[in-house]
Design a protein around this ligand. Structure first.
Ligand code: 1PR
Length: 527
């Protein structure tokens, strides 16, 4: 029996799915006394340090948790569940941690993108039972802006390099905690959890020993999902956002099956985009929530869901906040949510008011779930001008001339799946959204979507230079070379594709093999 400490803001469903997938029976803690009666305790933490510690205190869970740890009983902490073991965090000055380990939690000050989001390796500092079965060169999924600095260096179990070297896991007796997410790290992550469940197995060191680690570029499979004219939820694909072929919605397969296939093929993340959700109310879209629940039971890499995340008032006048909509998606198994149209409207309002309202979906959701859980999906298209003086928007000089030979363009934001252009450019959108708390940019491109022409490198370069949060390049991939091009010519941390994978023109493994052969760091997946 595994007892799981759910303090209400973490994405515990994926941890439950991983543990149950390994055959464990999971019981979530409801009352403080259930902590001390636990045989083994797992504490997944997502969100932010202050709200986590406040909830633990308010629910009377902090004291029994400290007692459980002091009794050296089997404990596995994940992400914020590691950071909680320390005395304090720069994320929440004045908020005390559990203090089980001396030391503090610090914020990355790297010139690299923060959060540290993606797949990185481990440097093994001492043997542990949780390393059984590992080769040693595997990568694990990280998503965090803070890292722990133990005073007692003997507690450090693994280190990882990101800008500088940081502690990626600790072990003190039976208390183990990892900064990375084993429940989201594919089969190798599940192996670590399996070892924790196994109990008395020998402590080992993997045979391959990294002396340094590098974060991998992420390859993401994207599933545009909508109901077809018969009412079935299908995976479709637009050609410059037009999803219809001979009048019918293009049907490329069933969402859960396709997502599971891409996971097996080595996708580093899966993104679902509910492309007609702007029309109706996602919480009534039970099939979409069901797709997420079922997918999160068989896919153990990060899941992002986008489409229709905004405030709603239904036909009976009942108001739902975007936070309620997003929370339902998180409860159903999403790790990140992506906001498209609403982000454009929020930024337009911000520019009108000259300040944030504090109530926008971006601010509300990142405040509770952490900025790493909020992705902004941008649907831009080129607007050509003869000269930068012809527009107040941020233009670029382009090597791809316009229809009348124009040498300049700006990227117009659109909403409702590209159906409505707005008087806002993509650079302003991403910069304001970063300021409001967004943690990542999904950068689509209507001109390239579905064309196999390759990514719009000029667009991606101008956006990656405008923000310090990770950027996912999207739209237009037609060959493995296109992925190499975007990683060599821009600092995009990830590249996303849909059509070439759905049409089986190129496999994810072929893309990764080609990138690896050309010196790009990728996550090798167990074949
Ligand atoms: O506006 O918050 O409700 O979110 C709607 C979401 O759905 C947005 O993320 C928007 O990009 C997406 N969306 C809406 N309509 C369409 C459409 O195609 N008609 N998908 C659509 C846009 C996204 C992916 C991917 C690349 C890959 N396409 O397909 O981003 O375009 O394409 P490729 O590799 O085949 O070239 P909201």
């Amino acid at each position: 029996m595994i007892t799981l400490l759910d303090y209400g803001a973490g994405n515990v469903r994926s941890v439950i799915n991983a543990l149950e997938g390994l055959g464990a029976t999971v019981k979530t803690v409801q009352k403080p006394e259930e902590i001390l009666s636990a045989e083994k305790l797992v504490f997944p933490g997502v969100g932010n340090f202050e709200s986590m510690m406040n909830i633990l205190q308010d629910k009377g869970l902090a004291e029994p948790l400290k007692q459980y740890l002091d009794e050296d009983r089997p404990f596995f902490g994940i992400c914020l569940g590691l950071q909680a073991l320390f005395q304090e965090s720069e994320e929440a000055p004045g908020t005390r941690g559990l203090g089980f380990l001396k030391g503090k939690v610090k914020r990355f000050q790297e010139r690299l993108s923060v959060p540290h989001m993606g797949w990185n390796g481990l440097i093994f500092e001492k043997p542990s039972a949780i390393f059984n079965g590992l080769q040693g060169d595997e990568k694990f999924y990280f998503v965090h802006s803070y890292y722990v600095v133990p005073q007692d260096k003997s507690a450090i179990l693994t280190s990882t390099d990101y800008g500088s070297r940081f502690t990626s896991s600790i072990q003190k007796g039976n208390v183990i905690a990892t900064q990375f997410h084993p429940e989201k790290s594919g089969r190798t992550g599940l192996k670590i959890l399996e070892n924790f469940l196994a109990g008395d197995i020998p402590s080992v060191l993997p045979e391959k020993r990294n002396t340094t680690t590098r974060i991998a570029k992420r390859i993401i499979a994207c599933l545009d999902v909508r109901s077809n004219d018969q009412g079935d939820l299908v995976v479709t694909k637009g050609d410059q956002y037009d999803v219809r072929e001979k009048g019918e919605v293009r049907n490329l397969g069933k969402p859960v099956e396709l997502a599971a296939r891409y996971y097996q093929e080595g996708a580093d993340e899966i993104t679902f985009l509910n492309i007609t959700a702007f029309r109706d109310f996602p919480l009534k879209d039970m099939p979409m929530l069901e797709v997420l629940k079922r997918t999160s039971q068989e896919v153990f890499v990060p899941l992002t869901i986008g489409g229709g995340i905004r405030d709603y008032t239904d036909r009976n006048g009942r108001h739902y906040s975007s936070l309620e909509v997003a929370s339902e998606y998180f409860r159903s198994g999403a790790d990140k949510i992506s906001i498209g149209s609403d982000a454009v409207l929020i930024v337009e309002e911000y520019l009108r008011q000259g300040k944030a309202t504090g109530q926008s979906s971006v601010e509300q959701i990142s405040r509770i779930y952490g900025n790493q859980a909020v992705v902004i999906s941008v649907d831009p298209r080129r607007v050509y001008v003869s000269s930068p003086a012809d527009t107040r928007h941020k233009t670029i000089e382009t090597t791809i001339p316009g229809p009348n030979g124009e040498r300049y363009c700006w990227y117009q934001c659109t909403i409702k799946g590209g159906r409505e252009g707005r008087d806002l450019d993509a650079i302003t959108l991403v910069q304001v959204c970063e300021k409001l708390g967004a943690g990542e940019i999904l950068l689509n491109c209507i001109d390239r979507d579905g064309t196999n022409m390759g990514f719009d490198i000029e667009l991606i370069k101008s956006v990656t230079e405008a923000v310090s949060i990770p950027v996912i390049a999207s739209s237009g991939a037609g060959s493995p070379e296109h992925f190499l091009q975007v990683f060599e010519k821009t600092t995009a941390e990830a590249a996303l594709a849909a059509g070439i994978f759905h049409r089986k023109e190129v496999s994810i493994q072929e893309v990764k093999d080609y990138l690896s052969a050309n010196g790009i760091e990728v996550r090798k997946t167990l074949s």
